[in-house]
Ligand binder design. Structure first.
Ligand code: XLS
Ligand code: NI
Ligand code: NI
Length: 433
């Protein structure tokens, strides 16, 4: 045991009226919601990078946090792992997620970085025998090191393409070894700063080939998890190729990968793309691409990816409603890709940020489930489209413009406008949330 979280108690469910800061008011892992345990619906994951690797910097200032594991070397990396698993236990977190760079020191060579990663993966594997937390997903950090400043798979320099491919291979091996349920690719530098030096066509070909190799390697090693792409429109690149769900769908179709890859949708990224979170989830579900979520919001004023913990139940309820409609998570889950504010220095802040976020999500899930089970919203939506149930109307979807034109004339069809009932439906929604 380290003493980092000393005096912080195990967080347990105490119900909505508890006065205890260190307790869940809504997240009750064993409570049944629509026939499934709440823990199995939400599948919470702690993000290693924000909670244990991030030092509190912003564009105007550096480190604010003072953690005993900051620094280089394997001993500190292991101390960090010890503290991480202590936090997973305190929260009862069923999952965690990591990048290679979060967990191991960078080596002087590729081979040394890989050895460091393997040593930490062994250390994780040993811990996972006595702790219940599992790996939701692993990923490679292909954006922080300067070698990736012009992209990883889409870099004009073939040596960087090679280095990125080797790195992804080692991270897929690590994820597989730890029984990870998914493998994520987020391409922060897969985009451009200026079109003046960029060949869009080539870069798309490189990205398509890279992802095809990832999928081939998954099958080669027998990894049963899901490959997930995480869309984001910009930041750090001025323009990122995996802009949003619709863009990634087009990319997957182009390279014949739509049956192999699904999506990890992040709330803040959806907003940056000019969408709502629920739009991105619903669209992914309708395309058969829904995989997992990163549950972290932006500050609506500042307009960039501030990665804050969720605090808005009505917003989250919209998201979980769409997830329930999509049939819920399979291999995916709710990853808190969220960091503390840089003034939140205390170990308690880290625990309470997650405690509150888990409660917000649980409350949102319960509201969404009640609405879903009530069924009125879905019935109303179905009624709106019910004209299409008539055979003569359905037949139009397999006929021609001239046949339909003839029908309009013959039957004297004149459309009768109908209310979309938006405010009534909003009232209904607000009865549950
Ligand atoms: C950054 C992304 C990143 C991915 C994992 O904006 O959200 O944290 O989730 O590489
Ligand atoms: Ni993310
Ligand atoms: Ni993000």
């Amino acid at each position: 045991m380290t003493d980092f979280f000393k005096n912080i108690p195990q967080i347990r469910y105490e119900g909505p009226n508890s006065e205890n800061e260190f307790a869940f008011r809504h997240y009750n892992p064993d409570e049944m919601v629509m026939g499934k345990r709440m823990e199995d619906h939400l599948r919470f994951a702690v993000a290693y990078w924000h909670s244990f690797a991030w030092q509190g910097g912003d564009p105007f200032g550096g480190q604010t946090f003072d953690r005993p594991w900051f620094g280089d070397g394997m001993e500190l990396a292991k101390l960090k792992a010890d503290v991480a698993f202590e936090m997973f236990d305190l929260l009862g977190a069923p999952f965690f997620c990591f990048h290679d760079a979060d967990v191991r020191p960078e080596g002087a060579t590729f081979a040394e970085s890989q050895r460091n990663l393997e040593e930490i993966v062994d250390y994780f594997a040993a811990k996972m025998e006595s702790h219940r937390t599992r790996l939701l997903w692993g990923t490679a950090n292909l954006f922080s090191h300067r070698r990736y400043m012009a992209g990883a798979a889409t870099n004009p320099d073939p040596d960087v393409f090679a280095y990125a491919a080797a790195t992804v291979k080692s991270c897929m091996d690590a994820t597989h070894r730890l029984g990870g349920q998914n493998y994520v690719l987020w391409g922060g530098r897969e985009g451009y700063e200026t079109l003046l030096n960029t060949d869009l066509g080539r870069e798309a070909e490189q990205a398509g080939r890279f992802l095809t190799m990832v999928v081939d390697y998954k099958h080669k090693i027998g990894f049963n998890g899901t490959i997930l792409i995480e869309p984001k429109p910009q930041e750090p690149s001025k323009h990122q190729y995996d802009y949003d769900v619709a863009t990634v769908y087009g990319f997957l179709k182009r390279f014949g990968l739509e049956g192999e890859v699904k999506l990890n949708i992040e709330q803040g990224h959806a907003i940056l793309a000019g969408h709502s979170f629920e739009h991105e989830i619903a669209l992914a579900a309708s395309l058969g691409l829904f995989g997992s979520i990163d549950m972290n919001r932006n500050d609506y004023q500042s307009g960039w990816d501030t990665d804050q913990f969720p605090d808005n139940v009505p917003e989250m309820a919209r998201a979980y409603y769409e997830i329930l409609r999509a049939g819920g998570f399979t291999t995916g889950g709710t990853n808190f890709d969220a960091k503390l504010r840089r003034q939140s220095l205390d170990p308690e802040d880290l625990i309470l940020a997650h405690t509150g976020a888990m409660d917000v999500c649980a409350r949102a899930l319960k509201a969404a489930a009640a609405l879903y089970e009530d069924g009125a919203l879905d019935r109303s939506r179905e009624a709106r489209y019910s004209g299409w149930d008539l055979p003569e109307n359905r037949a139009m979807l397999t006929s021609s413009l001239s046949e339909i034109a003839q029908r309009v004339v013959d039957e004297g069809i004149e459309p009768e406008p109908r209310s979309g009932r938006q405010e009534r439906l909003e009232n209904l929604w607000n009865r549950f949330v």
